[in-house]
Design a protein around this ligand. Sequence first.
Ligand code: PLP
Length: 403
Amino acid sequence: MNYESFFRAQLDGLRREGRYRVFADIERRAGDYPKAIRHRNGRTSEVTVWCSNDYLGMGQHPKVLAAMHAALDRYGAGAGGTRNISGTNHEHVLLERALATLHGTEDALLFNSGYMSNWASLSTLASRMPGCVIVSDEMNHASMIEGMRHSRAQRRMFRHNDVADLERVLAELDPACPKLVAFESVYSMDGDIAPIAAICDVADKYGAMTYCDEVHGVGLYGAHGGGITDRDGVSHRLTVIEGTLAKAFGVIGGYIAGSNAMCDFVRSFASGFIFSTALPPAVAAGARASIEHLMVSNAERERLHERAATLRKRLDAIGVPHLDNPSHIVPVMVGDPVVCKSISDILLDEHGVYVQPINYPTVPRGTERLRITPGPVHSDADMDHLVASLHAVWSQFSLRRAA
Ligand code: PLP
């Protein structure tokens, strides 16, 4: 077999479908974000980032940077080992305590990313519990799907955010078998929010555990930034709350929070936890500074939600169609992969507006979109420029306007 031609043919297929991924090469500028320098063909230009998951700009917050600088000088660069073999730095222990406090749980367990925490925790919980059936929302994230698949446990799906359908599936299962209901709080592509209390009610009725991915909720919702579970006062009802340190908290890393026994179980059996070098201590210190700040400061959250509401109103005024949802995510719908990529290219090349196109398999075919994430870092002038640029591009492509 000619391996090189195989690789090229597969990539050509992606290009034909208009979903070959091209990464914008940017330098985010600490202190000046959402401005960034873009590198292209040996030249540079300034762009404004409108598609980052650093939702609150915590990646440049002075407290976070100071904590990271201090920890780097104190502990050095890497952790030096897995958590079990010399890699547990006191910063990891403090961070896990802060996460447990954030969610009001007994304990928390750190992973190197949110992806790893989903993959390792779901696969461990479901594979180690004999006969466990996972009942999964049909829109769950790739990292959850991979974890569930890897567990080899039986998996049943329920219709997205549909509690009646969840109950139908649970009612069909053997009452004696262990069950795990897996879902997200804020779905990152459509920006809709799960009815968590109602899901917990049904799960309780059928004796099921609950696993909630709060990756797009933590830091952003609730009086202390504990996510939708915090906002809705239901944190104590979940078996597992999973989150990331890479989005609203602006650093990197993932975690689960829950009871001592559950965290200890995953800590003791999850290969993806045990056999990977721990996060650099400076990363843990930065993440903790970010969490501790957002637990007491509501200013960033309030401004985030104001910015999202303002952008929606401005898009309505020019008829650029966007999905209506109750979250901070503003998906501007295009519905064609090639057009979506072209619009994104023109916004970036000609207007200095960076919004990455979102295509299949991240979203279903025919629902290609520009996923805009306005935040406290975006000024009124930034928003004026974004709206004028979208208006111009919509006219240039004669795209459908909303009524
Ligand atoms: N869960 C959801 C719902 C996500 O959207 C993502 C990433 O985008 C992850 C988990 C993975 O988190 P991380 O980026 O920290 O690996």
